[in-house]
Design a protein around this ligand. Structure first.
Ligand code: HEC
Length: 170
């Protein structure tokens, strides 16, 4: 329920005589809310800042990658990026996986990757993804994406699916 349209909040805060006025105001704001056109029908924010935000969050995809790597990118952003950073670049809390998966890095192949992700290192803050129910094919897809990143084949930014790519990895 929208807290601003729920007058139970008001009952706690305001004394009796205020209540009627408060309720009128709340109801008025609810009706005004309804009177607004839906977001999609509103014109785009044409201010400089508005345009900048629009560009940032609707940026054109940069690299076109395989279906598998694309799924991996989505799963990575969904499950891993809050600790490992967007696009695997790392944070102050968890390592940059684009470095871990490089040739000669700490995660030399797909098998080590899957084992590490499945078991996690719970005592060090890396969750066990098997325990959390992440399926192995999703881990494999994440590997395809991160390996492409580590090998310099996929850059940062939102990727797009390459139409003819169903089988390939990167
Ligand atoms: C809650 C934070 C968190 C999340 C979410 C998380 N990780 Fe981690 N991960 C860590 C930390 C912290 C480490 C480093 C552990 C250590 O010190 O050995 C780590 C380590 C790793 C490593 C080993 C890196 C190396 O160089 O040894 C891999 C691979 C990895 N994570 C993959 C993933 C994947 C894939 C996901 C998403 C499915 C994920 N992590 C989600 C915190 C997280």
């Amino acid at each position: 329920m929208d807290p601003y349209c729920d007058d139970r909040e008001m009952r706690i805060t305001y004394s009796r005589p205020c209540r009627a006025l408060a309720r009128t105001l709340v109801l008025a704001s609810c009706y005004l809310g309804v009177a607004h056109p839906p977001l999609s029908a509103q014109g785009r924010d044409t201010t400089k800042l508005g345009q900048a935000y629009f560009k940032e969050f609707h940026s054109a995809p940069r690299d076109t990658i395989s279906q598998t790597a694309y799924l991996g990118w989505k799963q990575f952003e969904l499950n891993c990026s809050r600790c490992h950073g967007e696009y695997g670049v790392g944070t102050s809390f968890a390592p940059a996986l684009v470095v871990s998966l490089k040739h000669g890095g700490t995660i030399p192949n797909e098998q080590t990757f899957i084992q590490t992700v499945c078991a996690g290192r719970p005592e060090k803050g890396m969750p066990s993804w098997c325990a959390l129910g992440l399926e192995i094919p999703k881990m494999q897809a994440i590997y395809a994406y991160l390996k492409g990143r580590a090998d310099g084949k996929i850059g940062i930014g939102r990727p797009a699916v390459r139409p003819d790519s169903a089988g390939g990895k990167t």
